[in-house]
Design a protein around this ligand. Structure first.
Ligand SMILES: Cc1ncc(COP(=O)(O)O)c(C=O)c1O
Length: 399
């Protein structure tokens, strides 16, 4: 049987990241590879109480089909989260999605044709790369530094690619680097989007998990011309298994999202939406976020001090003020896979940098996650990783 797949289907069954995560799941392995929240902080009892209440008080509605835009109770909860981001809007401008991942997919479906240019940070969230690629995107990577996407490179990219349909950015505690875009750059990005009349997709799953520095306004709150589409999610501050995210856009655009959403999956799981809304009504999410932030900060500090103590000289890393990831750059290494292989020999897993790039990867890079590794594994894992880096760097160092 020969399958006649569409262009959207990957040509091979290679799934390097899936393979890495499978290898990392071996109990012998200390994994800094995944991107999962700490499961010990999931508010299981409170969610159970919320689910019981929903079934007792709104059972039939929670088990019934609901609207594509999302149940009003949850959209009202989302409005309160948006206020924190400086986004003052109404429930009409919010659509619930099945996680941010669906918001990315619907956005790609709405804006991209085969060959359309998408501007992304270099590096960027790897599963967004997969989505954009499946819709035939042509990637234009923009350099980053510790202050986020570089605006001179962005303007250059916009000038050279007049067919750009989207700028995709994770401005705060970016996946994979943990970097945050400065206020000055946020203002510039919004101004460039207006000047070149290009839509921006602002993806903000990690912004609430901050332990240092000042909260910065979202791009959406700075945008006065309707160029920024904002996406949020419950995945990192509450529970990814509920699959709840949201899109905020201008009314005309939101109408299109709702139509596209309807054809994709009719609506996000009604029961999850009601349970989530009930949890937020009965509990203080800010207390919960404080607990998450404190734990991730503790783990990050442990990881950073071990890195500073054990990593070979010359290895650089980002310094996140929140979120779940940091990015490591190893000088003189020809391939990121080499670093992964050396680390796995010592039972430590990281994600090599390559899949985070739309085009040419930067060799010698990898992502480390600290949210999901219990404290007792962190220092020893970093020590083993340091030995792996030593090994690779001593082979590749100029003689
Ligand atoms: C930057 C970014 N965007 C979107 C997502 C998808 O999140 P969700 O669980 O809301 O679909 C993730 C998940 O890790 C992410 O890191």
């Amino acid at each position: 049987m020969t399958y006649q797949f569409s262009n959207r289907v990957p040509k091979t069954n290679n799934d390097p990241v899936g393979d890495i995560l499978k290898a990392a799941a071996d109990p012998k392995v200390t994994s800094f590879a995944g991107g999962l929240p700490a499961p010990e902080l999931f508010p299981v009892e409170q969610v159970k109480a919320a689910a019981d209440k929903v079934l007792a008080e709104k059972g039939p509605a929670a088990l019934q089909y609901s609207s594509a835009q999302g149940v009003p109770e949850l959209r009202n909860v989302v409005l309160k989260r948006l206020e924190v981001e400086g986004i003052h809007t109404t429930a009409d401008n919010v659509m619930i999605a099945t996680g941010s991942q669906q918001s990315i997919d619907l956005t790609a479906k709405m804006f991209l044709d085969e060959g359309s240019a998408v501007i992304v940070e270099d590096p960027t969230y790897l599963t967004a790369v997969d989505v954009f690629r499946s819709y035939g995107a042509h990637f234009v990577g923009v350099d980053m530094d510790e202050d986020g996407m570089r605006m001179d490179s962005l303007e250059e990219a916009l000038k050279n690619n007049p067919d750009t349909r989207l700028i995709y950015t994770v401005p705060t505690f970016q996946n994979p680097t943990g970097r945050t875009m400065t206020l000055e750059r946020r203002k510039k990005l919004v101004a460039l989007a207006d000047k070149y009349d290009v839509m921006v997709l602002e993806d903000n799953p990690y912004g609430a998990i901050r332990w240092e520095g000042e909260n910065l306004p979202s791009l959406r709150s700075l945008d006065k011309t309707g160029h920024v589409i904002y996406m949020g999610t419950m995945s990192k501050v509450f529970a990814p298994g509920l699959r709840i995210g949201w899109v905020v856009a201008e009314p005309k655009l939101l109408k299109k999202y709702t139509m596209m959403k309807q054809s994709a999956d009719l609506h996000t799981d009604s029961f999850s939406q009601y349970v989530c809304a009930q949890y937020f009504t009965d509990n203080d999410i800010n207390d919960h976020i404080k607990r998450i932030t404190a734990l991730y900060h503790k783990r990050e500090q442990l990881m950073m001090s071990a890195i500073d103590k054990y990593f070979p000289a010359g290895v650089q890393h980002s310094n996140p003020q929140g979120g779940m990831f940091l990015w490591v750059m190893v000088p003189g290494v020809k391939s990121s896979q080499q670093l992964f292989d050396a680390a796995m020999k010592r039972n430590v897993a990281v994600v090599p940098g390559d899949p985070f790039y739309g085009n040419q990867p930067e060799p010698g890079t990898f992502r480390m996650n600290y949210s999901n590794t219990p404290e007792e594994g962190i220092v020893d894992g970093v020590k083993q990783l340091a030995a792996a880096l030593d090994e690779v760097m001593s082979v590749t160092a100029p003689k």
